[in-house]
Structure formats: C-alpha cells, structure tokens
Write a protein that binds this ligand. Structure first.
Ligand SMILES: C[S@@+](CC[C@H](N)C(=O)[O-])C[C@H]1O[C@@H](n2cnc3c(N)ncnc32)[C@H](O)[C@@H]1O
Length: 348
C-alpha cells in the first residue's frame, strides 16, 4: 500500500491496524515526515514535493490512498486567500499517480467542497498523461466519521475505487427493519473523561485508559496533554463567546461546546479564537475556566491511540498534524471493506 500526502499518518493507521503493509509514504512537510517515520519504522517515507515526484520512484501497490491538502477548498478560505488552482494541481497529481500505478483499489480524501471544483469529465491529458480517454472515478461518497465510531462529526468526501465501508453508529442508535443495529454516536465526553485534567500534575504510576483502544499509558508517559497552554485568557474566552453567539450574520453556535454530542470537526488551527475553535468548560478549585482540548484530546477525537507520537516543535504544528488527519476509525472501516473484498475474491 502507498500513502500520498501522508501527514501524521491517520489515514494509513486504519489500514495498518488491519494488517496492510504500507511500503511507501510521501509528504513535503518535515513535521509530517518525522511523525510518520517515528510511528511507521518499517515504511519508506520520503520528504518530497508530489508535483515533481516521479511515479517511477513509487513501488507497486494494490492500494493507493491520499489526502491532498484541503485548505484551498475550505469554506473559510473561499472568501479570501484560497488558491483553488494550486489545490487542484495536487488533486490532479494524485489522479496522475493512480492512473500510472493502476492499483486495484484507491481512495482520496478531501473536503466536500472539492466537488464544486471537480469537472464532470476529466480528460487524461489534463492530468499530464499523453493518452486519449477520461480518468475514471467510480465512487464519490461523503462519509461522516461519527457513523464509524469516531467521537467527532466530520464529513469528508472519499473518491476512488473501493467498496462501501460498513457504518457501525448512527445519531440515535437504532435497529433497522432488516435487523442491522447501529450504536449511538460517541459523545465528546467519552473521550475527554478518559484523561486527567491537563492543569494537574502527571502522576507516575497512575494509568490512563484509552477510551477507544485496549491500551493503558502511565500518566508520566502521556505526551501532549499536561500544561496551561490550553487555557484561554479571559479576553480570548469573551471574544470567542461573541464570535459564536453574537455573530451578525452567521448562525448561533454553542459556547462552550456540547460535550454530550460528538465533537465538532477538529480543525488544524486551534490556537487563535475563531468560530471553528472548540472550547470546553472546566472547574478548578471552585472557579470556572474555558480551555481548548489539548493536542492529546484532539488526537483521541480523531481516533488515534493515546500512545501515538506527534513530532513538531510548536504547539500549533502538533495541532495541525492532528487536525489534518483522516479519523482512524473511518479509515479502518474503509480498509476493512477493501480487505473483505480482497479475501472474498480469493474465496476466503
Ligand atoms: C490533509 S493533510 C494529509 C493528512 C493525512 N492523510 C492523515 O490522515 O494524517 C495534507 C498533507 O499534504 C502535504 N502536502 C502539501 N503539499 C504537498 C506537496 N506539494 N507534496 C507533498 N505533500 C504535500 C501537507 O504537508 C500535509 O501533511
């Protein structure tokens, strides 16, 4: 399997958990490459610009996945500096790799807004391939991570050639007429309650139980959680409350966030107050404060196990690595569907 624009490795991880062998991954951003390498020591990971990367360098693979950067298509950028052409160049480059490598399955993740920029037919010539014909995209599906057991509502489009992943959760949790049962969406609280307060001191010998995996980590070993950086100043909290509750033309949003629902989409930027920023309320010594979820809490909201390491000098780099990721539970569901199809094609 090959992962283009591998980032911190969320998309890969779902496949790896099911036993897929990831032979090659590429990204052009140092923190992503270092994070991916650290967590995937058996994968060849290259730091390279996908635009100039020669397809001949890439090993053969049955599965090709990739999440080209989506910032250029995101809603907030469209009013301002979003460069759709630049974003499309990377999407087309991914299609170019798919056409050249001809994997049996391929999956590309992006924001649903990408679909506004995608032409109904895509001549191979537009992908830099000197051949007549059109590029084939057999499936386009918008999937919500919450439907796959991730404690976050995150709708993303998945284009490619892959079987439908099986949903395990629904908003209320129901049993359909055909007997299919769905569990209720996992609330944000389930993820947050697993962690000690980031404002306390880590206690060596006390264990943190991963809310999503059969895994314990000593508090003293828990990374990216403890410290006061997550606390909002009073001024930032007030500003954020106004942005969410008194905006002149956008609708009202909850302040602080409702922890009894799945988290809102975990964004790559969490530092500056914005409507997208998640804010939770915490009581400390009888007084109330507002804070953002820690990098570790955001990682759990993205479905990473609590021992996954993120390499990045600054706090904003680590929030970005996490916020950019494909939620692991969702990628695992896609991987499971592909695995199932592979096994049934050989009669298992
Ligand atoms: C949305 S993130 C991918 C996240 C990843 N799929 C995951 O699940 O963790 C997009 C990645 O594309 C990388 N990127 C942006 N431009 C690139 C380029 N020209 N060549 C290679 N990688 C690039 C960014 O550094 C970023 O890590």
């Amino acid at each position: 399997m090959v992962d283009f624009f591998c980032g911190a490795g969320g998309f890969s991880l779902g496949f790896k958990q099911l036993g897929f062998d990831i032979v090659y991954a590429v990204d052009n951003w140092n923190p992503a490459v270092e994070t991916y390498r650290l967590n995937n020591p058996n994968t060849k990971v290259e730091r390279a610009d996908a635009i100039v990367l020669a397809p001949e360098r890439i090993p053969e693979a049955d599965v090709v996945i990739g999440g080209p950067p989506c910032t250029e298509f995101s809603g907030s950028k469209l009013g301002g500096g979003g460069n759709i052409q630049k974003g499309m160049a990377l999407v087309y480059r991914f299609f170019h790799f798919v056409q050249r490598l001809r994997p049996r399955w391929w999956v590309m993740e992006n924001v649903p807004r990408l679909l506004h920029s995608l032409p109904p037919a895509l001549p191979l010539k537009n992908l830099g391939i000197c051949q007549e014909g059109l590029f084939d995209i057999p499936k386009v599906a918008v999937l919500n991570a919450a439907d796959f057991g991730v404690p976050q509502k995150r709708a993303r489009v998945f284009l490619g050639k892959y079987p439908d992943p099986v949903r395990s959760h629904s908003e209320k949790g129901v049993t359909e007429l055909d007997g299919t049962t769905y569990e209720s969406w996992i609330p944000m609280r389930r993820a947050l309650d697993a962690f000690p307060s980031p404002l306390g001191r880590p206690e060596q010998g006390r264990l943190v139980r991963d809310p999503l995996y059969d895994l314990d980590v000593d508090e003293g070993e828990l990374r990216d959680h403890f410290g006061r950086e997550c606390v909002l100043t009073e001024e930032d909290a007030m500003k954020n409350r106004r942005q969410k509750m008194e905006h002149p033309y956008y609708g009202k949003m909850r302040f602080p966030d409702d922890v009894d629902r799945p988290a809102r989409t975990v964004m790559a930027t969490q530092i500056k107050p914005s409507r997208e920023m998640m804010v939770i309320q915490e009581s400390v010594d009888g007084s109330t404060l507002f804070r953002r979820p820690t990098v570790r809490e955001c990682a759990t909201l993205q479905g990473y196990p609590i021992d996954y390491a993120f390499v990045g000098g600054s706090l904003s780099t680590r929030y970005r690595l996490v916020g950019n990721s494909v939620p692991v539970g969702l990628s695992r569901a896609i991987a499971a569907a592909i695995m199932q199809e592979a096994l049934s094609s050989v009669g298992v």
